[in-house]
Design a binder for this molecule. Structure first.
Ligand code: NDP
Length: 283
């Protein structure tokens, strides 16, 4: 890890979550600051759920330049912020806070744009995406895909939650956005997957070794489909299944790097060193 002396002038950003000790974000951002020659540091900011308002307002009081937000605070921080970007409003979640020069707090989510940036880097240009799950990450990804004109089929075990997600996003999307529709799982999986060129797992299934598959193995994955799993820690059983059936499988590490890179650019105004950030996180 690169050495960096913290001085009286070091600019601070951090990660608000509970817990945060497992996070790779400090390593990724501190490597980027070192590569850019910035006297900045990224620190963990563990905040128990009953202290979230104080933690967020404390960023201003302590002179922080911003923060990332992770589970379980991505929604609860919103009430403390002065301004939300359209993406954050649509996603109903914030993963990046910027402290502006006048001391006001701006909340954004870079998850969806980070996902799109990784798709571009991987030369994947979908027209119709099947998105599994209806949680926070699904919402960010659905908005980002639909905003760029991709038709999105949101499929979840609770069709009511999928419908809520689609209705909330439909109100926020620009006029030429892709169509976004809700479907129930597992019943509609086969029909939904037929014309999808991209399958995205945005459920939390695959994170733990004993998780069931988020996919019915009797439904084929076609070689011309790309399967993108948001889980970024390892090759998931869904990715392995896709690869066995001749499809391309991509894990969520690139999305993690790009969502971090977009946050870093918001705080510093500088282009993020993507390669350095990726190497730091893979290390
Ligand atoms: P949420 O808890 O908000 O959503 C989880 C989703 O998974 C919900 O739709 C939930 O359904 C569904 N789910 C959970 N268990 C099951 C099950 N047994 N069967 C079917 N569906 C299930 O989590 P997030 O949206 O924040 O995160 C989802 C995943 O994305 C995580 O693995 C996370 O690590 C990853 N992620 C990756 C990022 C990256 O940069 N690569 C960024 C953000 C997230 P229900 O609502 O019915 O419970």
């Amino acid at each position: 890890m690169t050495e960096h002396a913290i001085t009286g002038t070091t600019q601070l950003v951090g990660l608000i979550g509970w817990p945060v000790s497992h996070s790779r974000s400090p390593r990724m951002h501190n490597a980027a600051f070192a590569a850019l020659g910035l006297d900045w540091a990224y620190v963990p900011l563990p905040a128990p759920p009953d202290r979230v308002p104080q933690a967020v307002r404390g960023l201003v009081a302590l002179g922080f330049r911003g923060a990332n937000v992770t589970v379980p605070h991505k929604q609860t921080v919103m009430a403390q912020l002065d301004v939300l970007t359209p993406a954050a409003r649509a996603a109903g979640a914030v993963n990046t806070i910027t402290v502006r020069a006048d001391g006001t707090l701006c909340g954004d989510t870079t998850d969806g744009r980070g996902f799109l940036a990784d798709l571009r880097e991987q030369c994947v240009t979908p027209r119709r995406a099947l998105l599994l799950g209806s949680g926070g990450a699904a919402r960010s990804v659905a908005y980002a895909l639909a905003e760029t004109g991709v038709d999105v089929l949101v499929a979840a075990r609770s069709v009511a939650k999928a419908t809520d997600l689609c209705e909330a996003l439909a109100d926020q999307l620009p006029p030429r956005a892709g169509r976004i529709t809700a479907h129930g799982l597992p019943r509609n999986l086969r029909a939904c997957s037929t014309d999808a060129d991209l399958v995205v797992n945005a459920t939390s299934l695959g994170l733990h070794a004993d998780d069931p598959l988020p996919w019915d193995p009797n439904v084929p994955i076609r070689p011309n489909q790309v399967v993108y799993d948001l889980v970024y820690t390892h090759t998931t059983p869904l990715m392995s299944l896709a690869a066995r059936q001749g499809a391309r499988a991509i894990g969520g590490l690139g999305m993690l790097v790009h969502q971090g890179a977009l946050a870093l650019t918001q705080w510093t105004g500088l282009e993020a060193p993507i390669g350095v950030m990726r190497a730091a996180i893979e290390d």
